[in-house]
Design a protein around this ligand. Structure first.
Ligand code: ADP
Ligand code: ADP
Length: 221
């Protein structure tokens, strides 16, 4: 089943046309990779698909519900419950422990503490960081920090995780481990991902590949 569908998405910054009629579709339990040169508009598209930014025009459907006009608290409630984000730089809060960082989305959604803590423990176990719950980001390796960021993205059980260069700041060993985790999350939890990446291995293991070029998104292979 299709969980996300975008049609004819357009986006300008002043005179610069960044997205020139993008169509995109994502199915459940699929990893979709978006590749392309720097400045091609990949992050812009990811932010629009993830409702962090608004298109100038076009349609965006989540499970056949039109979400392109959502605003204010209805938009943030939708985003908090349906979508997770992972960025190149993990954006963890340095003063909070790994466990507290992972809890943030549940806290924002005002979820009960006890089931949330259980969910944190379950996620930390899946991601192999259960020994790190009381460490602060500065006490963790780069690979561990990124796995904490993945756990935070998964906290509210999102339908889609959007990742912008998730392995861009990792060495090849940690990058490979992160990529294996994405496959595991897809296979074991049915997690869907949209991933912007320059990493050829990550693109290769994805279920589908798209290339951003001259404002258009084309399907590769
Ligand atoms: P990519 O992710 O493929 O590197 P981006 O989506 O970040 O590309 O950027 C696409 C183009 O849009 C670039 O030329 C960039 O400079 C421009 N751009 C991105 N965000 C903004 C913004 N907020 N204001 C003006 N121009 C922007
Ligand atoms: P870039 O893609 O250029 O590296 P970032 O990914 O750091 O930029 O952030 C892009 C936009 O997403 C910014 O406007 C930022 O405020 C917003 N943003 C970053 N993290 C989150 C988050 N966890 N939740 C909601 N919005 C976020």
């Amino acid at each position: 089943m299709s969980i996300l569908r975008a049609q004819n998405i357009q986006k300008h910054y002043g005179d610069l046309k960044v997205l020139d009629g993008i169509d995109f579709q994502l199915d459940e339990a699929k990893i979709s990779a978006i590749v392309g040169p720097s400045g091609a508009g990949k992050s812009t598209l990811l932010h629009i698909l993830g409702t962090l930014d608004q298109a100038d025009s076009g349609e965006l459907y989540f499970k056949d519900k039109d979400i392109s006009q959502l605003k204010g608290s209805r938009l943030s409630n939708f985003r908090n419950s349906a979508i997770g984000f992972i960025f190149q730089f993990h954006n963890l809060l340095p003063e909070f422990t790994a466990e507290e960082n992972i809890l943030i989305p549940a806290y924002i959604s005002k979820k009960d503490e006890k089931p949330s803590l259980e969910r944190v423990k379950e996620l930390m176990k899946i991601l192999g960081i259960e020994q790190r719950s009381h460490h602060k980001p500065g006490q963790l390796s780069g690979g561990e920090q990124q796995r904490v960021a993945v756990a935070r993205a998964l906290m509210n059980n999102p339908s889609i995780v959007f990742a912008d260069e998730p392995s861009g700041n990792l060495d090849s060993k940690n990058a490979e481990e992160l990529h294996s985790l994405f496959l595991k999350l897809r296979d074991e939890l049915g997690q869907a991902f949209v991933i912007v990446t320059h990493n050829k291995e990550l693109a290769a293991i994805s279920d589908e590949r798209h290339e951003m070029k001259d404002g258009k998104l084309g399907r590769l292979d």
